[in-house]
Design a protein around this ligand. Sequence first.
Ligand code: BG6
Length: 461
Amino acid sequence: MNHDFLWGGATASYQCEGAWKEDDKVKSMWDHYLHEENLENGDIASDHYHRYEEDIRMMAEGGQNSYRFSLSWPRIIKNKEGDVNEKGIEFYHKILDTCKKYGIEPFVTIYHWDLPQYWEETGGWLNEEVCYAYQHYAKVCFDNFKDKITHWVTFNEPKWFICSGYLIGNYPPAHQNPQETIKAAFHVMYANALGVKAFREGNYPGNIGIVHSFTPVNGIDDTVETKIAMRYADNYCNNWILDTAAKGEIPIDLLTALSKIYDISFIKPKHLKTIKENTVDFLGLNYYSRTLVKPYTEGETVLIVNHKGKESKGESKVILKGWFEQVLHDPNMTYTEWDTEIYPKGLQEGLIEVYQRYHLPIYITENGVGVQEDVSVDQVQDDYRIAFMNDHINAIMNAMDEGVDVKGYYAWSSFDLYSWKNGCKKRYGLVAVDFEDNLKRKPKKSYYWYKEMIQNNGKTI
Ligand code: BG6
């Protein structure tokens, strides 16, 4: 194991900062949506905005050498004209200086879903202008933080926020429209290329990558029908992000399939040229589970949208008519409380496949398990989290033994925070945050386990 390996935890601005309108921050689309719908929101969240010093110190005391977090666009850019909020810039300088003080390497995502509401009101990701606004925002970040950040991420999980926002409809702007999904997805990948372009043109130090919600695709059997379904699923789940960002090419069979049903005339040669010329330096993979598929049979493909935990589950019909069906529950497998299959082997297999395809360095930028926990106790005994992380880290080590260039691992999440649409009851943290008792921080058992594992240089149980 390489001693430069980055070990840390991850968070996202909306999910942990709170201070939703402090220091001239404007509204994000999530502030707007959750307030309008009267849903649990991240107005306060873990109050990282005021407690970042304690949080970062605890990372260092937990043996971690890196912290993955995101910058908030509505904290940094005040309006459509692109004016900069100096107080937002100052806040992230404080975070970065604190990281330095504690020997923590920052790994920074430019966009983790909190689009300014003033852009959402112009059509959000359906509006090509937003791509250029993103490029401006990214450039402001590069210019201001170039001396303190060398690991940059353009976007967190395009598939997840676009499909949830425009296809399934459980995230803002809560549309269910396949045609819009395709357009918004394309715009995000174009904006990714524009961000990379700005980074290259400015000659900033360091590297830039994209983070993908990676679900390797497995089939239920070896038939030709299943293999065709798997290819469709892989295009839907992975390839439109990874091929486009890493090779500068949108999978041709995906474009062909889409063009038979939808209008893709908004894709112009100038966009494709920018995408081709501006590929990423590394891939970040968030791994929670795989996608198990079978051939399409009848009706429409249905994905379960599991956003409320045990109490209720939403269901949504989606576009992929005739493409594939997802096997949602296999009685032989183990699932989390939120019905996510626990499948570490998928990470090992998936890493090998992705590395063979793209030959780029890989970071595991998120991995973890969401559970309802009683945090009033002195120490949460989260042996299930230890087992989960242990098995997944072990899968990474096996892939590395087979030659895959993995450069870092980030637990999701560094500490308990707001989970999109699940509120604060779905906890992922290594450190408990007591939302009922003054947001008190208490390390869980997994925090100490992680520390020891890092000290032993990745040695799992
Ligand atoms: C990833 C996101 O999709 O999964 C995180 O990057 C998110 O922001 C995490 O919180 C877990 O998802 P959830 O919905 O359980 O909070």
